[in-house]
Design a protein around this ligand. Structure first.
Ligand SMILES: [Zn+2]
Length: 418
């Protein structure tokens, strides 16, 4: 009997140790990763001290709060509150999101917390640091902690990716080991040019140059798409990223005209339809395209898929309409308006102004409809027209004084996507 008790106790100890290890796994991992990467870094002499600091990453799990996570890291409520208060004018830590993490840096000698970092989004991080002795002499420093929002210091690598559409662009990305997030960004760069629900054909080709972002040698996410080529039904389309001026930056064609137009090519984003849909032709066969008896385009999409305004405008209708179900009308200007029908839910009200890309409602099957889909119409001078056939003027061109710089920049990228 005694033997069993011993065995039982031994089991309990193993279990506790196991739990302890799992609980601190990330912290231990982060600690070793940080140190090894610092040792491999030939950095300045004043960083020699910092390489001994301990960095702990606390993953933010479902329903956890800032206070709980800080307590879990043995931070006193007073200290946690000081950091919270220092950060508050810039970022309210009540809003921390699941899936991200809190990064705490401790001084190796004193074991004191000296730095707190929270990644707000893929671009910026909240950085709260304990003031050094030098800062303390400053009269402006009221708190012991100073917060800043800084761009995340990624290391950037330029990559080229390509693929051929055999069943769908989404599948082509998977087949070619391309990060899906980069494909979504590529589709966004072409969102005024190509309707990724209706236009893609088997044999279409895409090739693009983009940034890959790394932190401590670890791949984090794709950055900007710098240049993209999409050959749709044998017609090549190219886009190049350029910052012309404060109010004119983004994607341009090779002649230097902005590809951003008055209307998006489709009211559903590739992001939401990418994984589910198949090829263009099959798609059109299965769902109604624009014909003389059906002067609209039907987008089959899962119930609840967000629907976006194709252009800036004012909501002139947002209610149930016989046959069409829940319907939204956006008046864009004296010439154009667009209608969105069979919605499950409205995201806007009549009289409201909306911007291009803003979510106005959600796919449903209200009214006369056999399954969840969006019935989309474009009206020009009171007459229904095929939105895919509307030719719109090109967007704002690059300023004359920036043209040389633009040509120089796209020269190297156009070679890369050939
Ligand atoms: Zn329809």
């Amino acid at each position: 009997m005694k033997k069993y008790i011993t065995l039982f106790l031994f089991g309990i100890i193993v279990l506790i140790l196991g739990c302890f290890f799992l609980w601190h796994k990330n912290a231990i991992k982060a600690y070793f990763q940080k140190n090894s990467s610092n040792y491999s870094n030939e950095s300045a002499a004043n960083q020699a001290e910092e390489k001994k600091d301990i960095i702990i990453k606390i993953p933010i799990v479902a329903n956890s709060t800032y206070g709980e996570l800080m307590a879990q890291a043995s931070t006193s409520p007073t200290l946690a509150n000081r950091i919270y208060e220092a950060a508050k004018p810039l970022y309210d830590l009540v809003k921390i999101r699941q899936g991200h993490s809190l990064e705490l840096t401790y001084n190796k000698d004193t074991n004191e917390l000296k730095k707190f970092v929270y990644k707000i989004n893929s671009e910026d991080e909240l950085y709260v640091a304990k003031n050094t002795a030098a800062d303390k002499t400053s009269t402006t420093s009221v708190s012991e902690w100073t917060a800043e929002i800084k761009p995340i210091p990624y290391e950037v690598k330029i990559k080229i990716a390509q693929g051929e559409v055999k069943s769908s662009m989404y599948q082509a990305a998977i087949d070619n080991d391309v990060d899906i997030r980069a494909i979504i960004d590529l589709a966004d760069a072409f969102q005024w040019t190509i309707d990724f629900a209706m236009d893609p054909r088997v044999g279409d080709i895409f090739k693009f140059v983009y940034e890959e972002r790394y932190l401590d040698g670890e791949y984090i996410c794709p950055g900007k798409i710098l240049a993209g080529l999409y050959v749709n039904d044998n017609t090549p389309y190219e886009v190049y990223y350029f910052e012309d001026s404060e109010d004119n930056q983004g994607y341009f064609d090779k002649d230097g005209n902005s590809v951003q137009k008055m209307f998006l090519k489709a009211p559903v984003s590739f992001k939401y339809i990418s994984s589910g849909y198949t090829t263009g032709p099959r798609y059109i066969a299965a769902f109604q395209a624009y014909t003389s008896s059906h002067m609209a385009i039907d987008y089959a999409a899962a119930y609840g898929t967000p629907i976006r305004a194709v252009g800036n405008g004012k909501i002139t209708y947002a209610q149930y309409k016989s046959g069409y179900g829940n319907t939204i009308t956006i008046r864009h200007n004296e010439t154009y308006s667009t209608n969105y029908s069979h919605l499950s839910k409205f995201a806007v009200k009549r009289g409201q102004n909306v911007s291009q890309g803003e979510i106005v409602g959600y796919v449903g099957s209200s009214g006369y409809s056999t399954g969840p889909h969006l019935h989309y119409e474009m009206v020009k001078y009171g007459v229904k027209v095929n939105p895919l056939k509307e030719v719109l003027p090109p967007g704002k061109p690059i300023k004359a004084e920036n043209k040389d710089k633009f040509n120089e920049e796209i020269k190297k990228y156009s070679e890369m996507i050939k």
